[in-house]
Design a protein around this ligand. Structure first.
Ligand code: GTR
Length: 325
């Protein structure tokens, strides 16, 4: 009897040790270049809450916003090596790593944000997410980034000829560099965090981005001319380190994937509201917004398309994107 109860006590102690281990919370570290409150940051936090609820607290997500873990190019490398678990990045810096990402990044590839959402929500989006796996990353979801347009410190741009010789900062991606050069301007690839001072000191004349980035990075304080050329509708992407993913059980992988998908809905709500808010802030601060005839810019992209749609598979991907309603 005594022996039996000892055993019971030991079993109980061992059992609670196991429960203790099972309850230990694993915190997944997630990188974002944007400040706290930005739609991407809030969407990943929301995803973290869903993961926490659905794993009974075994997993949670901590978002390191404001480039606390580094600039995008570096955080991508750190995610590939498993130093960072999760990363929310523009597709731009992936262009040289995952060739499929160059296609949705091509200027004027999408006709509208609505079409981009249809494409990325469907089988084409899944195919592109899958393409990350060959590069030690798990593609989880696409977020929105509106449309990117040029802005500068010098003058209103009303036609493509006004851009000639101007120096524009771009994302560290050859697609972006080639786009600016094909417009007759000069591209300066540079980390996002360096753009404000480069605008201020005149190292560059301008840059290009959507309303929320233009506003939250405060570039509008120094660049007062915004041109509505809307050259790129580049989706953002949320990736996980393959090393971190492989540590999850298949059930937990399914929870993470679903939570990421669920956070897209939240992201889009936040995004649509933020775009309006940001545009309002910059216009009130005196930014002059000018319209431009987009056709000459579209026509100038022919060599860029030829360069990046270099294989039948990539050409086919572009054709399928363009055929999506
Ligand atoms: C923003 C994007 C960021 C970053 C930035 C940039 O629109 O959300 O992830 O890529 O652009 O221009 O570097």
């Amino acid at each position: 009897m005594l022996h039996f109860s000892k055993l019971t006590a030991a079993t109980f102690a061992f059992g609670s040790l196991l429960v203790g281990i099972a309850n230990a919370e694993t915190v997944l570290r997630s990188a974002d270049t944007h400040p706290d409150g930005y739609p991407t940051v809030e969407a990943v936090k929301y995803m973290g809450e869903l993961i926490k609820q659905r794993t009974d607290g075994r997993y949670s997500v901590e978002v390191y916003h404001s480039a606390q873990l580094g600039e995008e190019k570096d955080t991508i490398e750190q995610t590939q090596t498993g130093v960072i678990d999760l990363n929310r990045v523009s597709m731009g810096p992936f262009n040289g790593i995952v060739p499929e990402t160059a296609v949705p990044s091509l200027p004027y590839m999408f006709r509208s944000v609505e079409q981009m959402r249809h494409v990325m929500d469907g089988p084409i989006g899944d195919e592109i997410l899958k393409a990350f796996e060959a590069h030690d990353l798990i593609g989880l979801a696409f977020y929105d980034s509106g449309a990117r347009s040029f802005y500068n410190t010098k003058k209103d741009i009303a036609s493509i000829t006004d851009m000639k010789g101007m120096k524009f900062r771009v994302i560290q991606s050859d697609v972006f560099v080639d786009m600016v050069n094909a417009l007759g301007a000069n591209a300066t690839p540079m980390a996002y965090g360096e753009v404000y001072s480069a605008l201020q000191t005149g190292v560059i004349d301008g840059a290009e981005n959507n309303w929320p980035s233009f506003e939250s990075a405060k570039h509008y304080e120094v660049a007062k001319h915004y041109t509505m050329d809307q050259h790129q509708i580049v989706p953002e992407v949320l990736v996980m380190a393959k090393a971190s993913w492989d540590k999850l059980s298949p059930e937990d992988q399914a929870i993470v994937r679903q939570a990421a998908k669920d956070s897209v809905v939240k992201m889009r709500e936040l995004w649509d509201a933020q775009e309006k808010k940001s545009r309002d802030i910059v216009e009130k601060a005196g930014v002059k917004v000018s319209e431009i005839d987009k056709q000459p810019l579209i026509d100038a992209m022919k060599p860029v398309y030829d360069k990046y749609l270099s294989t039948p598979a990539l050409k086919d991907l572009a054709t399928r994107i363009q055929a999506t309603k």
